[in-house]
Design a protein around this ligand. Structure first.
Ligand code: ZN
Length: 507
């Protein structure tokens, strides 16, 4: 269905935003909102049930609540709804059953801040300038929260990853930005908030929220991110179930996951890969229990069918593919890019979809999708597409780190190692593990991919400058120990990382 057939413009002027409760960033949000002249498309209600598998019409709501649920470092293929053999995710599976699940969703960066920069703005990392975890989100970039705040939404976020703390400007557009992290990770002295505390805080906010006033609530869970230390009552759940391949690994002296266990991930004397996978899975199960509580509270307070919910992750985690273990950020293979993505619930015009989509989509698509769901016009220049469209395009999916590029088009994916000047083409459908390079036999296809890559990486639709943080050496060191500093930038990493002329490790 095209936009033209989906919505009908009303001659009425855009609806005035409802009063806000002391927005933190109201001024710049309003200025930007007027600058880009957002219009709220008042639509003729059109209830259409799309796609097989939907379970009947959902309510058409002029402005549904928006719930963005994200989980750090969560591989799609470790969830039941994506075919995993362990019972890691009963609550997610039930939720996914009732929504539209994207089988092939990819992150635009395999690292937290660059990935969220794209997810929350709809632009590529090199456009937002957030290409590492040490670059603050520029004020000039309009975020999803700012878009919704300008339309009268009450906005609140509960984040649990240190690199998303308010200081890094991911709080733009949020009236409430709760980055309380009073816990320290077991294996490293890093503030974090575990899933129970995260869910508690979000649920407490929901209990106070006015169900009749539309809100945008972002809740980010941190738990599957290493070190894999779920609470005691969950820790050993999958230890002895006979699943997983036993293999003894080296422990790396650095945060790198190449060829062994990153230093900060080491758990006691354990060197068996299967032990780490079991603990990672136990983290997911622990998170899932809290997801169940949050979904229940949302349903009780506002009704899940009165909210448009997006569930996803910022990136995956290496689980031994290409001898890369329990880390992310250092390559662009599918293990670190393939994430779960489910959309669920109400839209402004009552469209619902269910089932599973095989089309390759990306986190860039979330901003246009949410805009569509709440009835905002498509934004000129914005990348991505609305995932509510019945006929999704096979858009090129571009992913970047400082050293690597990836481009996925349909079933084919090309990775480019810029340092070595080498590219590798894979058939992702026949060879999801990316073990058989097929580019040598088809140079014309490779050339075409490389031309597309070059075009995308040279496009800059935003032209903003980043605010580079004044971050002190101790904090840098702390972040590096935690695996948060871009491994490509660490001096002891042979991969270098000076290819873009910056070395954020010294700032
Ligand atoms: Zn992350």
């Amino acid at each position: 269905m095209t936009d033209a057939t989906r919505t009908t413009e009303s001659p009425n002027p855009p609806q005035a935003p409802t009063p806000r409760r002391g927005p933190r960033h109201a001024q710049h949000a309003h200025a930007r909102a007027s600058a880009v002249a957002l219009t709220l498309a008042l639509t003729v209600t059109l209830i259409v049930a799309l796609a097989a598998g939907c379970d009947g019409a959902r309510p058409a709501l002029e402005r549904p609540h928006v719930l963005l649920l994200t989980v750090d470092t969560l591989r799609a293929d470790h969830l039941g709804a994506y075919g995993y053999e362990r019972a890691t995710s009963p609550n997610f599976d039930r939720f996914a059953q009732d929504g539209l699940r994207f089988q092939r969703a990819y992150a635009n960066a395999p690292e937290t801040c660059p990935s969220f920069g794209s997810l929350l703005t709809g632009y590529l990392p090199h456009e937002t300038q957030v290409t590492t975890n040490l670059v603050y989100l520029p004020d000039a970039v309009e975020t999803l929260a700012e878009m919704l705040e300008a339309e009268g939404y009450v906005t609140a976020a509960f984040v649990s990853n240190f690199v998303l703390r308010a200081e890094t400007k991911f709080d733009q557009g949020f009236e409430v930005y709760d980055d309380t992290m009073t816990e320290l990770e077991t294996n490293r002295e890093m503030p974090e908030r575990t899933a129970r505390a995260t869910a508690d805080a979000a649920i407490a906010w929901l209990e106070e929220a006015d169900p009749d006033e539309p809100f945008f609530l972002w809740v980010h869970f941190q738990d599957p991110h290493g070190p894999y230390t779920p609470p005691d009552d969950h820790a050993t759940r999958f230890d002895d179930d006979g699943r997983g391949t036993s293999r003894t690994l080296a422990v790396n002296p650095t945060v790198s996951g190449h060829g062994g266990i990153p230093a900060y991930q080491k758990l006691g004397d354990h060197t068996d890969a299967a032990h780490y996978v079991a603990r990672y899975d136990a983290e997911i199960r622990y998170f899932d229990e809290q997801l169940g509580r949050l979904l229940e509270a949302t349903d009780r307070r506002v009704g899940l069918d009165r909210a448009f919910t997006v569930f996803t992750s910022d990136h995956g985690e290496g689980m031994g593919e290409h001898d890369y273990w329990f880390a992310h950020g250092e390559n662009v293979y599918a293990g670190v890019l393939h994430v779960p993505l489910v959309i669920h619930g109400a839209t402004h015009d009552g469209r619902v979809r269910g089932g599973a989509s095989p089309v390759a989509v990306q986190l860039l698509d979330i901003v246009p999708t949410v805009r569509d769901a709440v009835g905002l016009e498509p934004l000129d220049g914005l990348r991505g597409q609305s995932l509510l469209d019945a006929e999704l395009a096979e858009a090129p999916i571009f992913t970047e780190t400082r050293r690597y590029r990836s481009l996925i088009r349909g079933r084919l994916g090309l990775t480019l190692d810029r340092k070595l000047g080498q590219s590798y083409l894979f058939d992702l459908a026949a060879d999801p593990g990316q073990t058989r390079e097929i580019g040598r036999g088809q140079p014309a296809v490779v050339e075409d991919f490389l031309a597309d890559l070059e075009r995308l990486e040279n496009e800059d639709r935003l032209r903003v400058s980043a605010v580079v943080p004044e971050i002190n050496a101790r904090a840098i060191d702390q972040l590096r120990k935690l695996g948060y500093v871009d491994p490509e930038s660490t001096p002891d990493d042979e991969s270098g990382g000076s290819d873009n002329g910056s070395d954020e490790g010294t700032r």
